[in-house]
Design a protein around this ligand. Structure first.
Ligand code: SAM
Length: 281
């Protein structure tokens, strides 16, 4: 159809919007046709606007997340700078490490409590920092437990670099299904941990969630008979659904542990024997 024909049809449509006489059929069809075109353009515009709005929202969420990560890295660095001896040589903090604020608090608890035995389930940066602080205080030992021999070897290398061999022991305890644990849970091989008694401080930052959402639940089942008086346990990642369920079950259990969650960048739960008085933060 040539352009003049289109124009004359549109004029026809406009003139015969209320169709009459000979042109009725033509003008009605053209009227609906124009309406359909207008509707199609409108719908396309709406879809485009919704698409753009969604893209802008996703982009701004990504910018917010990147800002949060940058802010928490800066916070971590400033906390770490405050707790580090100047000669310390540390594994680079990763998303898997305890956060700077959690580490800062944990080390101040170590200073306050002077634990004789610390067990660090899921070793790494936390192990080296705990060892350095105990060395500085001149008391206590750390047993760092890792299911993975490769990560354990890296932790061991940093332990040796910082001359902590007499204070920190790194153990490999592969994950195994254990019939003695509730639900025959997969957890660290308990044969490798059987000698651990009188634990003053238990840091639960492993095994990783890839082994199961509630994989860390077995920690208290195993250690509850192995704690010293006035013990404290710390569970990282307390915001995750699996850890929240674990905390619920510990709260509701026969032992009635006292639990609170500290509002760090990654929330951290501290757990005490029920009769213990809440320590000051
Ligand atoms: C949450 S990490 C423990 C981190 C440690 N507490 C720290 O502050 O550095 C738990 C386990 O994950 C494994 N792991 C550590 N870094 C990892 C990484 N970058 N990728 C995969 N697994 C990792 C190790 O086997 C470790 O025992």
């Amino acid at each position: 159809m040539r352009l003049p024909d289109v124009c004359s049809r549109l004029i026809l449509v406009r003139r015969d919007w209320e169709p009459r006489g000979r042109d009725r059929g033509v003008s009605v069809i053209d009227g609906w046709g124009v309406a359909a075109i207008v509707a199609a353009i409108g719908l396309t515009g709406l879809a485009l606007a919704l698409y753009v709005r969604r893209k802008v929202r996703l982009l701004s969420q990504r910018i917010d997340r990147a800002r949060d990560v940058a802010a928490s890295r800066a916070t971590d660095a400033s906390y770490l700078a405050r707790v580090l001896p100047p000669t310390a040589c540390l594994p680079r903090p990763t998303n898997w490490s305890l956060g700077g604020d959690t580490l800062h608090w944990l080390l101040s608890e170590v200073e306050r409590r002077r634990p004789r035995l610390v067990v660090d389930l899921g070793g790494g940066l936390s192990t080296v920092l705990l060892g350095l602080r105990l060395k500085e205080l001149g008391c206590g030992q750390v047993v760092s437990v890792d299911h993975d021999a490769g990560f354990a070897a890296t932790t061991q290398a940093f332990v040796s670099l910082n001359a902590l061999d007499g204070i920190v022991e790194v153990r490999v305890a592969p994950l195994t299904a254990n019939t003695a644990l509730p639900g025959k849970a997969v957890w660290y091989d308990t044969d490798k941990l059987a000698d651990l008694r009188d634990v003053d401080l238990l840091v639960i930052d492993g095994p990783p969630m890839s082994a199961g959402k509630r994989v860390r639940e077995a920690a208290l089942t195993f250690f509850q008979e192995r704690f010293a008086a006035d013990w404290m346990a710390v569970l990282d990642d307390a915001h995750r659904p699996g850890e929240r369920a674990i905390l619920e079950s510990w709260r509701g259990g026969r032992n009635g542990f006292a639990i609170d969650v500290l509002p760090f960048a990654t929330p951290t739960a501290r757990i005490f024997p029920a009769q213990a008085s809440e320590p000051s933060p």
